[in-house]
Design a protein around this ligand. Sequence first.
Ligand code: NAI
Ligand code: MG
Length: 491
Amino acid sequence: MGSHVSKTVADELAPMQIIDGKSVDAVSGERINVVCPSDGQVFASIPASGKADIDQAVGAARHAFDEGPWARMPAVERGRCLTRLGQLVEKHADELAALESRDTGKPVRQGKADVTATMRYYEFYGGAADKIHGDTIPFLDGYTALTMREPHGVVAGIIPWNYPLQILARVAGAALAMGNTLVIKPAEDASLTAIRIAELALEAGIPGGVFNVVTGYGREAGAALSAHPLVDYVTFTGSPPTGTAIQQAAAANNRGVTMELGGKSPQIVFADADIEAALPVLVNAIIQNGGQTCSAGSRILIEKPVYEQVASALSERFSGLVAGPHEADLDLGALINPAQKQRVEDFVAAAEEAGISVLARGRVHEDAPKGGYYHPPVLFGAVDPASALAQEEVFGPVLALFPFADEPDAVRLANDTDFGLVAGIWTRDGARQHRMAKRVRAGQVFVNGYGAGGGIELPFGGFKKSGHGREKGFEALYDMSATKTVVFNHG
Ligand code: NAI
Ligand code: MG
């Protein structure tokens, strides 16, 4: 129970990864520098693993699944391990939140909110582990037919950098509750808390080899993991092109996948809406985590009679928004890395060049370290629905407004992208709330609200290019298992 782990992330900032219950360096001995986005300074390092390390971790997970106690443990016992992990997350909340903020640049309060959600995931799946069961099926005379849910086996989880703790928790919570074993490859830009959680998992009594974390670059460790023939199922959250690469790798072994590939999610404001209630939610849905959120509300569709009113109220709020270092806990922090900053700058420049008007711009705090990866929030008005800004995921604090004429126009505009992850609908008309909720193509629809960050109980996932499969809530337990049908012929 954690006795192998001699050094933790808290002790020193050159942590090892966790394979087979032990703290180990990369086989190559190479390491990746860890940079704080708030100032661009190196403050830690992580192992730079590749195929050899992935082979070891998958081997350990395979052995733990096939031979170890985990998959055969009573579900209630597995659940208790997860519940204890949630309690350990709570106990180490301050440490985890500080580490997450420093590694990703997210404001302190967001790091804390992420830890709260992380604790809830382990608590929820700890409680759910023994509450999922099969059916008996009326069949031929002389037979009894029943179903049971079986774990896939070794689950590979490839995790992005935007919500490292939370996304790991939603994968690990559901996968472990069902009795799978895990090999996690966190993002090279945000691996520190994943290593820490794997240490805490050992302390919680999850046997060695069940919860492995291998750090390294996506093109090396990530590619080796998704292509590994001893992996039974792959789950991924991140960009559509990387999702395609991972699906192709898994397809070579004919393995199942869950894909969560982001969105271009609309919030739809009708003229009869409670606009005062909507405004802070509209702003937060794109500013939270600097817009680096798969479910960011990056498009606002506004009914024409209130377009000017909503646009000017949003402009006023945007002008006051300030980006700065995570410790300052301002409206938003730095973006994750220089490439992400460049990506956001390129989208903004292209939109301006195409003649789309900037309605408002926030600012970067004067005292923010010059080496940090800051980008001010930008609000664009009357955006051309065919433009890149309207169609593509920016993954930054950039909001696009669109006027619409009537309800059918709103539905058409809402569905007029390749994505379908989340939508928000603002109206007081009850019948319209129901019609819109049905017609908008999105995996989650919020009426007079918006938010997928918390809500760990709510199934989450996309239509179209946003991906397939469902995470979170009880439904994730079905994704992380398969039905086995058993038929008895008793005459
Ligand atoms: P990415 O999708 O390439 O990275 C996500 C994870 O995949 C990381 O752990 C990475 O190491 C791994 N990975 C990368 N290439 C891989 C490969 N060939 N095989 C297996 N694993 C691989 O995203 P990236 O490059 O960090 O960001 C680029 C864009 O992706 C962002 O600007 C944003 O638009 C989008 N993105 C969306 C996220 C979401 O939550 N929907 C999360 C992160 C990025
Ligand atoms: Mg980092």
